[in-house]
Design a protein around this ligand. Structure first.
Ligand code: GLA
Length: 389
């Protein structure tokens, strides 16, 4: 059944709300280029994708929030009028509680709601199902409470909830593009100023996301270690963030850095330059140049930032070797998850066949899942036609 209708049905059947329901949604994301640059105040170029989290909501007469997580078959209840504390048993519920706690702390006067939540973003694959949940909830609570939504503020609230309530030290990219993504466009985001611009993706170009089947391991500890190494490298150059170091400055002093910090800094500094160059290439419709930058980004993540795995490297090589594919790279935080390729639509069948045939052999038995995606709009309310009453 349709995701939206299914979520609406779940709301009705679970809570029998008296008030009429409304539906909100927010997309997952894929990052085309600009990896581990967001928390270095740098540049990223992600797109929102056509996989999303849907929230069906109805007003309650009191200050309670009751939530049914359809895909987990689990519920949570808390009171907006009492201190909101982390849930010990239900990790998913902490995204809900954390987001609401941050919005309340910002002074928003939120109403009590009955909610059903469901989504089709493959979880645990690095396509930002959690950011999309936060952004969908933000729209739900603000709009149901009659309050305006500002996408940048909402993204910051989501990041705040992750950092300070859930305990994940993420940057701003995932929430930002989930909130502000645009149909058929990638978003070039300056993660220091939070300025952004939409760059069109040509109509005959496919965004192909391939889930490697490698569950993302070590993600938190390695992610935090990378953040610290980047901070140490920035301190060495005497600047607030690696965003402030260019390649010439780096080249003049790189020999003074310990090898690991040198590698980490080289990735971030070069990745910032590649991301800006890639946005220019996309604007100029030069997909060949864009693809080469994706390939270089992968090399840099593999050799300098050391966040890929052997299977991810194998999968990326397979994707890059398919005729007419512009380029491919791992996408997201690393240590497993997904790769992304940009390719003409006509190359997708061959790309899919190459992944299906070669990856299980070459990776010793992993199976990949191929998703042909398109860039989609960011979070907002969905107009529902067949509301169940
Ligand atoms: C994760 C984080 C983002 C970003 C990427 C790496 O997705 O949530 O903020 O740092 O990793 O680019």
């Amino acid at each position: 059944m349709d995701l939206v209708q299914n979520t609406l049905n779940a709301l009705q059947e679970t809570f029998h709300p008296a008030a009429p329901p409304r539906v909100f949604s927010a997309p997952g994301r894929v990052n085309l280029i600009g990896e581990h640059t967001d928390y270095n105040d740098g540049f990223v170029l992600p797109a929102a994708i056509n996989f999303r989290t849907v929230v069906a909501a109805a007003l309650r007469p009191d200050t309670l929030v009751e939530v049914f997580a359809v895909d987990m078959d689990d519920t949570d209840t808390f009171d907006l009028a009492k201190p909101i504390t982390p849930s010990s048993g239900h990790q998913w519920a902490n995204y809900v509680r954390g987001m609401i706690k941050v919005l309340l702390a910002e002074g928003h006067n939120l109403r009590g709601l009955s909610l059903a939540i469901s989504g089709d973003i493959p979880t645990g694959t690095g396509l930002s199902s959690s950011a999309s949940l936060e952004m969908a909830l933000g729209h739900t609570f603000l709009q149901m409470s009659g309050l305006p939504v500002d996408g940048v503020s909402l993204a910051l609230a989501g990041q705040n909830a992750e950092n300070n309530f859930v305990g994940v030290q993420c940057g701003i990219m995932d929430q930002f593009v989930s909130a502000l993504g645009q149909k058929d466009h990638a978003l070039l985001i300056d993660c220091r100023t939070l300025d952004y611009s939409a760059v069109p993706i040509p109509a005959d170009t496919a965004i192909v996301i391939v889930d490697s089947g490698v569950k993302r391991g070590l993600v938190d500890s390695e992610y935090n270690a990378r953040r610290q190494q980047c901070q140490s490298a920035a301190a060495f150059f005497g600047v607030p963030a690696l965003r402030d170091v260019d390649m010439a400055t780096f080249a003049a002093r790189e020999h003074e850095l310990p090898p690991v910090l040198r590698q980490r800094a080289r990735h971030v500094i070069s990745e910032n330059e590649r991301t800006l160059a890639a946005a220019d290439a996309l604007k100029a419709n030069d997909l060949i140049a864009f693809g080469q930058l994706m390939n270089e980004s992968h090399r840099s993540m593999r050799d300098d930032f050391e966040i890929t795995t052997p299977e991810i490297d194998t999968l990326t090589s397979i994707m890059q070797s398919v005729p007419n594919v512009y380029g491919a790279r791992m996408t997201g935080g690393g240590f497993g998850g997904c790769c992304v390729a940009l390719a003409p639509n006509s190359a997708v069948p061959e790309l899919t066949a190459a992944v299906d045939n070669l990856y299980p052999q070459k990776s010793c038995c992993y199976h990949a899942t191929v998703y042909q995606c398109h860039a989609s709009a960011g979070a907002g309310e969905l107009i529902i036609e067949n509301v169940v009453s």
